[in-house]
Design a binder for this molecule. Structure first.
Ligand code: ARG
Ligand code: GLU
Length: 734
């Protein structure tokens, strides 16, 4: 979910850090041949335009009846025409000829919240537009279609020679990319961008269409859409109906347009028919979406650093923040409301990292990488591939070199940027000062306007009483655990309580009015105000150290790592020509396929792949904020009023598959062997969250809502039959 947020904000200050390039040929991988053990052909996030000759046979072996062209075609309508990048961070799919969109509840959460008030609490009660005039516009929301994907590797490398140093190579590559983007063949209303794959060994051009009039159509109450909340997050058995619905509006010519009441529902090139036949263990599943980031080809030293140094540090920080926030939420209803969403978002990755560490240890992920490296070194030696001999020792050396600064960087992100809200405010104000230094008064005005707007939202949900103990604890951890060259002088003290008390008693950053007061006046006056504020004075030492030392040091080493990683990627593919290599996720459209399958989380325990409404009732805790169940749902359950959506008197809710997914795949369609919608991806199981580094078909599972549960809630629970009528429901198995 929204994996991009931090990186986008940081991009502003980070020195450009693109992967160092080389003059490589277009990547060729893997061998698309019949393999006995289907376990070996699962995992991977594949490029939809390159399935033919790469994945078609594998997919058919797993049960698919589709051709590569059914999935991606430029000339005919294909599945890809029904899959969109939803607001930059999630995935969504078109499910009707009138541009109806389905995505997760947690992806629509912000929009649903923004339309809610005490009188109409759509988060609590749900929202259903009973006709198109009731659909609600969402300024700023976008969805992006991929019209075409072209391989432009040769053009990107044109003029680059091996003799050049990395900086010169980079310059030419950047120039080529900008030329390719500018001259790309496309219509006026379309966009173009180039992205790097296989660590900079391949480049693809994307032609897209971005729609900007997206309206909220429906959402179940949180007691369904977020059932189980944090306790069940990343867990199986799961019983969440994690969905919400939107609609794309276009101008009279069916083209993208800014919001207008005259816009009309978009007519898609393709929309997904919906299967009412359900799933059973072993069925083929394809998940089509926009996975954000994976790192599957790291050397063992890097994974070791993540598991044993970086993750434990981040977990400890969040552990402490969560405990403090939870303490306040439990005793104060108003604070509970203010912090619910923040708490969920801190808890989300906290829990994921814990699962990741356990999973890598349990599946011997590091040992497996070491074994691969041993084999790699042996082959390189045997084939005398001189240029590759130094790669592993270089990794060893560079990861040693980066460890301290990487730890400091993670501490800064977690403490100063993410979890101590006061320090975040001072950082944002610091950026304002930077904007002035760089761009003068006009830049300052723009930045101030944005900052005030964002502070307005931030302080609505802020409590200095909660934040002060978080500051005390987390700043204390920073001072204690970060290598001393990355700790500012004003943090080198033991009495964090006195420090926190003094700062919070005097700073104006503890309320919106105070912050606004600081930001009022000419740029010079604002900067003077800021530099007299106790929190600002404290914060900028830390932020300056980050800007001037931590980040540049980190990026400098990281640039070297990226150069080695690029070569290593290419070397792996050459040395092991028969292994499957997919490009790491990078926020572009990907296909992943597998089967409906349960798993064995530990000895003697087997998890079935399908959950039912019965399980919702088993988990029911009256009045609980995570496990309450509405009377209406209980009644439907008791009367077994499941309509055409139940199966043998039971109502399926969620199911598991072996599809290789990550953050960003939320809301992705789960598609059957024939191209019909059977579910909606929304999570992974805890034991398998390590799949971002190390996919293992034995234990990695994605979690999907059964589409029949979605339809049951729309139809039987909400009575929004107007929406059902728009869809095409099919029975492919009958
Ligand atoms: N774990 C899922 C994801 O990474 C769902 C997160 C939303 N739910 C929550 N309880 N925080 O986005
Ligand atoms: N909930 C995640 C998302 O929003 C998907 C789960 C995952 O990371 O696999 O993208």
């Amino acid at each position: 979910m929204k994996y991009l947020k931090i990186s986008l904000l940081l991009a502003f200050l980070i020195v450009s850090c693109k992967t160092v390039q080389d003059t490589t040929q277009v990547v060729k991988t893997p061998t698309d041949k019949v393999i006995k053990n289907t376990k070996d052909i699962q995992g991977g996030m594949w490029i939809p335009s390159l399935l033919e000759g790469m994945n078609e046979t594998e997919m058919q072996q797993l049960g698919s009846k589709m051709t590569a062209e059914d999935i991606y075609s430029v000339n005919k309508s294909s599945l890809k025409d029904a899959v969109v990048h939803f607001n930059g961070g999630c995935t969504s799919e078109v499910i009707s000829p009138s541009g109806l969109l389905l995505t997760n509840h947690h992806c629509g959460y912000g929009a649903i919240q923004s339309h809610s008030s005490v009188e109409h609490d759509y988060l609590k009660d749900g929202f259903w537009a009973m006709n198109k005039s009731e659909e609600l516009p969402n300024p700023g929301m976008t969805v992006t279609f991929i019209k075409r994907i072209d391989d432009v590797t040769k053009e990107v490398f044109a003029g680059v020679t091996d003799a050049m140093d990395e900086v010169s190579k980079m310059k030419i590559i950047q120039k080529n990319i900008s030329k390719i983007t500018k001259t790309a063949q496309k219509e006026d209303w379309q966009n173009a961008f180039v992205k790097s794959f296989y660590k900079g060994n391949q480049y693809l051009l994307f032609i897209t269409e971005v729609f900007k009039d997206i309206r909220l159509v429906g959402a179940p109450p949180s007691s369904i859409g977020k059932f189980g909340a944090d306790t069940d997050n990343w867990m199986w058995p799961r019983h969440t109906g994690d969905f919400s619905m939107f609609r794309i509006y276009a101008d009279a010519n069916n083209k993208p347009a800014e919001y207008s009441k005259d816009n009309v529902p978009y007519t898609p090139k393709h929309y997904l028919p919906i299967s009412l036949d359900g799933v059973k263990e072993g069925d083929f599943t394809l998940v089509f979406g926009f996975p954000g980031r994976t790192n599957e080809y790291l050397p063992s030293v890097a994974v070791n650093q993540i598991v044993n140094v970086l993750n434990p540090a981040k977990i400890e920080i969040r552990d402490n923040a969560l405990k403090i926030v939870d303490g306040f939420m439990r005793k104060d209803e108003a604070i509970k409301i203010k912090y619910a969403s923040k708490y969920a978002s801190i808890a989300n990755y906290w829990k994921k990292w814990i699962g990741e560490d356990q999973g890598i240890k349990k599946s011997k992920g590091i040992e497996k990488k070491q074994a691969l490296e041993k084999e790699f070194a042996k082959e390189v030696e045997a084939k005398d591939l001189v240029g590759y001999k130094s790669l592993l020792p270089e990794f060893e050396q560079l990861y040693k070199e980066i460890e301290k600064v990487a730890l400091a960087r993670d501490y800064w992100i977690e403490v100063a940027y993410r979890n101590v809200e006061l320090l975040n405010s001072t950082f944002r104000a610091f950026q304002l000062e930077q904007a002035y230094n760089r761009g003068g008064a006009p830049a300052f005005e723009r930045a101030r306007k944005n900052l005030l707007e964002s502070f307005k939202g931030k302080y609505k949900n802020y409590s200095a009483d909660v934040d002060r103990p978080v500051f005390e604890k987390l700043v204390g951890l920073y001072a204690k655990n970060v290598p001393s060259q990355y700790v500012p002088e004003n943090m080198k003290q033991n009495d964090m309580n006195t420090l926190a008390t003094a700062i919070y008693a005097t700073t104006k950053f503890t309320s919106f009015e105070g912050a606004k007061e600081l930001l009022t006046g000419t740029p010079e006056e604002v900067i003077k105000n800021l530099n007299e504020d106790s929190a600002y004075v404290f914060g900028i030492e830390l932020h300056t150290l980050f800007y001037n030392t931590i980040e540049p040091t980190y990026q400098q080493i990281n640039l070297k790592i990226a150069a080695v990683q690029k070569k290593y990627m290419k070397a792996l593919m050459e040395v092991f020509p028969n292994k499957r290599f997919f490009p790491d996720a990078n926020g572009t459209l990907r296909v992943t396929y597998g089967q409906v399958k349960g798993y064995e989380p530990r000895d003697a325990v087997y998890y079935e792949p399908v959950s039912h409404l019965k399980g919702v009732m088993e988990k029911y805790v009256p009045g609980d904020y995570e496990f309450d169940v509405s009377q209406k749902l209980q009644n439907l359950y008791k009367s077994k009023d499941f309509g055409p959506y139940g199966e043998n008197g039971k109502m399926p809710v969620d199911f598991l598959g072996t599809n290789h997914t990550t953050g960003g795949n939320s809301g992705s369609p789960a598609i059957d062997a024939e191209g019909n919608l059977i579910g909606l991806n929304f999570d992974r199981v805890w034991e398998g969250t390590m799949s971002d580094y190390n996919y293992d078909a034995d234990i990695c599972r994605n979690i999907m809502v059964d589409i029949r549960y979605v339809l049951f809630i729309i139809d039987k629970y909400a009575g929004a039959t107007n929406l059902i009528d728009e869809m095409t429901l099919v029975h492919p198995k009958k």
